[in-house]
Ligand binder design. Structure first.
Ligand code: SME
Length: 151
């Protein structure tokens, strides 16, 4: 059986090369991921905009107060420092965590590199505990590589 994520990867490739603005492409990718994967309840990008600062980019889901995150703070800030994917199975057990909604139970943050330099990250929240498996991680790290040309 074909990997169910393969179709989504193909569609992301089409969006990346489409003739709309950078914001519209990233927003379309967030919407696609959120619509097509049932346990992806909030999908967004944080972009390195100033030294040691992440700024919220396009996203799909509820508005969040965390529009700027310093490196080191929360799950996103930790990934900005480690430059490695972080999967949090149960956010209630995290001391260094920035809550966007009481409904969020688990989270995955995947770094995006531009020419080997950390440039942005893909952040996904789920309302389900332990929602993110090794397959999600593999898929989303592939997506991050596809998106390199947008950063
Ligand atoms: N939970 C993240 C903050 C971003 S929201 O999930 C949209 C964190 O701890 O860094």
């Amino acid at each position: 059986m074909e990997n169910p994520f393969s179709d989504i990867e193909r569609e992301i490739g089409i969006i990346v090369n489409s003739d709309v603005s950078w914001v519209a492409r990233l927003r379309a990718i967030c919407d696609l991921l959120r619509e097509r994967v049932p346990h992806y309840d909030w999908v967004g990008f944080y972009v390195v905009t100033a030294p040691l600062t992440l700024t919220l980019g396009p996203y799909s889901g509820e508005a969040t107060e965390h529009t700027e995150i310093p490196f080191g703070r929360g799950v996103c800030g930790r990934v900005a420092e480690s430059e490695e994917t972080l999967v949090i199975g149960d956010v209630s057990g995290e001391a260094n965590y920035l809550s966007c909604s009481v409904n969020v139970k688990s989270e995955i943050v995947v770094p995006i590199f531009k020419g080997g330099v950390f440039a942005a990250q893909l952040d996904i929240d789920s309302r389900t505990v332990n929602a993110f498996t090794a397959e999600d991680r593999f898929f989303l790290e592939n997506v991050a590589r596809i998106l390199e040309i947008l950063f």
